[in-house]
Write a protein that binds this ligand. Structure first.
Ligand code: ADP
Length: 169
């Protein structure tokens, strides 16, 4: 079933058809899930205008984390980071839109929550770097790798949003 567009006044978009859309991997860490901040984080990305193209709740595994944090495995804090990430369910999401990767990072705030500006997710909801409630891809290349790591291809959906022409000129 394909619904008819309800508003004929919807502005037609030319640019958005050719605009390069990015996808970013956003993950709510176990503390974000335990503390009931999942809805707030989803709401921020949703009301910003980004499109949710994949989401699931799952337990991470050692193998996934070693790949996801491949550049950090030699750091002294890695064992603690791995245990923290294995301490409960995570929520994995893929959000799509214009400059979703860099904007997603801005919305998350700095790695150290005490250096994150108020108004960012980490700035508003947490205190310590080892309990910073969320992850966001730091480059388009890493986003693509992380999406492929945490999701099967069939779990990431292409769908047309009716808001598109109200969000993009
Ligand atoms: P980001 O998550 O902002 O991309 P990094 O990739 O540098 O930051 O680090 C990944 C995660 O590792 C951080 O979000 C944080 O949970 C943890 N981490 C980073 N540095 C430290 C540290 N010095 N002590 C404890 N945990 C850390």
């Amino acid at each position: 079933f394909v619904p008819k567009t309800p508003f004929v006044s919807s502005p037609r978009s030319v640019n958005s058809l050719s605009m390069a859309m990015e996808r970013t991997y956003i993950m709510i860490k176990p503390d974000g899930v335990q503390r009931g901040i999942v809805g707030n984080i989803i709401s921020r990305f949703e009301t910003k205008g980004y499109k949710l193209v994949a989401m699931k709740t799952r337990m991470a595994t050692k193998e996934l984390l070693e790949k996801h944090y491949a550049d950090l495995t030699s750091k002294p804090f890695f064992p603690k980071l791995r245990d923290y990430m294995l301490s409960g369910p995570v929520v994995s999401m893929v959000w799509e839109g214009k400059e979703a990767v860099s904007t997603g990072r801005k919305m998350l705030g700095a790695t150290n929550p005490l250096e994150s500006a108020p108004g960012t997710i980490r700035g508003d909801f947490c205190i310590e770097v080892g309990r910073n409630i969320c992850h966001g891809s730091d480059s388009v290349e890493n986003a693509n790798k992380e999406i492929a790591l945490w999701f099967d291809e069939s779990e990431v959906l292409d769908w047309e949003s009716h808001s598109q022409s109200w969000l993009y000129e």
